[in-house]
Design a protein around this ligand. Structure first.
Ligand SMILES: *Cc1c(COP(=O)(O)O)cnc(C)c1O
Ligand SMILES: [Zn+2]
Length: 405
């Protein structure tokens, strides 16, 4: 029994058949949202039923779009730790600070949630070949779940994509192609190949199910705080699926009666070298403009134009949150500070949230007694190419002055 009923356009509300392969809205080209029979979910399950279920995002089965459990493609993603970072919090006068740590998830980033869900749905819909233009972590996750599902994966990556991402795709047997151009050029190559190859492209928000995987982060935070939400959520935004998914699921949880009508203030963070969403936010616009010459070492945030920009902006505004950018230098300083103070080697995208938090505290946007959750979206171990080893060398037999170490 599935409670997933249909797909609905997030912009114009047009309904689409969920038993067919769908991409974006056939009327207006915007992303589609999965809709559920929430009354049926209410009858089937209540929050206490989740206690003791499997420690992955699949514990929320009733709220997910996969209909037959045989189609679930999983490596154990989700149910990540929500860590009270007291020392880090104290350093900025905020005792109730938490990090939702997605760094320990399969494939090393939270892209696993979205792609586990999308690949599972692709399997359910009878798709055999996946394709993705990607400059990074999405490709690593897609190809891992593709391999797990026994599907063929084709990845088109800009030549300057990080080696770690090329290698993780290659090792699981994906067909990896490097493009002497930009991510947009890679996107065009995939699109042009679709008719001939029968690929299912899994680009961000161009299929409806990655959002459903990422929304589980919002349910987890609610459950981990005993079905309450924090005052503020700070989220590093690229394509926006995570913030969009969480904002969507909060409404679902409220309709189920599992949480109240209060919402966290949603703060969307980008890097100053690629900040289309903060720019649109500051200018009071509903949609963002393409960001020319996007550049940041937080590769997951290097998205010059997001199809779901209007949804991110809406979540930030409706919740009383905001959108702001931070520099790469601030980001790297925060990677070091968080690692030294909490032992968490997080990715630059995740560290951007802490840099942003410092700004909004300075601007008086957060009270000292408020509960704040930062999202760390991936492991720093995927980013070792950004660092250099800095350690003295001893020769064998050399006399070491231990006290001076
Ligand atoms: C893709 C990515 C992001 C941005 O995610 P969205 O939910 O699409 O905005 C953030 N951090 C990392 C590590 C990523 O790989
Ligand atoms: Zn539409």
């Amino acid at each position: 029994m599935s409670n997933f009923t249909h797909l609905e356009c997030s912009k114009c509300g047009h309904k689409h058949d969920a038993d067919k392969v769908q991409t974006v809205c056939t009327e207006c080209g915007k992303p589609l949202f999965a809709r559920y029979d929430l009354e049926a979910i209410k009858d089937a399950v209540s929050p206490k039923d989740f206690v003791g279920r499997e420690a992955s995002m699949w514990r929320y089965w009733e709220l997910l779009p996969v209909k037959d459990e045989a189609n679930k493609v999983s490596l154990g993603e989700g149910w990540t730790p929500l860590i009270h970072v007291e020392r880090l919090g104290k350093s900025i006068g905020l005792p109730d600070l938490w990090i939702k740590d997605e760094g320990i998830i399969p494939t090393g980033t939270f892209k696993a949630r979205g792609l586990a869900m999308a690949v599972s749905k692709a399997k359910e819909l009878g798709i055999e070949k996946l394709a993705l233009p990607s400059a990074g972590n999405a490709a690593g996750s897609m190809t891992a779940y593709g391999a797990r599902a026994g599907m063929e994966s084709y990845v088109f990556m800009p030549m300057d994509a990080p080696d770690v991402n090329k290698i993780e795709c290659q090792i699981v047997g994906a067909k990896v192609f490097l493009v002497n151009g930009l991510i947009t050029d890679a996107g065009k190559m995939v699109a042009d190949g679709v008719p001939e190859m029968g690929w299912f492209p899994l680009s961000t928000l161009k299929e409806p199910y990655r959002v459903e995987g990422k929304k589980t982060m919002g349910i987890e935070v609610a459950e981990q705080f005993d079905w309450s939400l924090p005052d503020v959520i700070v989220y590093p935004t690229g394509g926006g699926t995570g913030i969009i998914g969480m904002w969507k699921v909060f409404d679902e949880l409220e309709e189920l009666g599992w949480i109240g009508s209060e919402r966290p203030r949603m703060v969307s963070v980008q890097a100053s070298g690629c900040a289309p969403i903060p720019k649109a936010y500051a200018e009071g616009k509903e949609e963002s403009e393409f960001w020319q010459g996007a550049e940041t070492l937080a590769a997951g945030l290097r998205v010059p134009h997001a199809l779901g920009d209007f949804l991110v902006l809406n979540a930030a505004r409706e919740s009383g949150g905001s959108a702001l950018s931070v520099t790469d230098e601030e980001i790297m300083d925060c990677v070091g500070q968080i690692a030294r103070e909490e032992g968490l080697f997080i990715c630059p995208e995740g560290a951007a949230t802490f840099a942003a938090l410092k700004h909004i505290i300075e601007d008086g946007e957060v009270d000292k007694d408020e509960r704040v959750v930062l999202f760390n979206t991936g492991s720093g171990l995927k980013y070792t190419s950004l660092f250099e080893v800095d350690a003295p060398v001893f020769n064998v037999g050399e006399k070491i002055d231990y006290k001076s170490l």
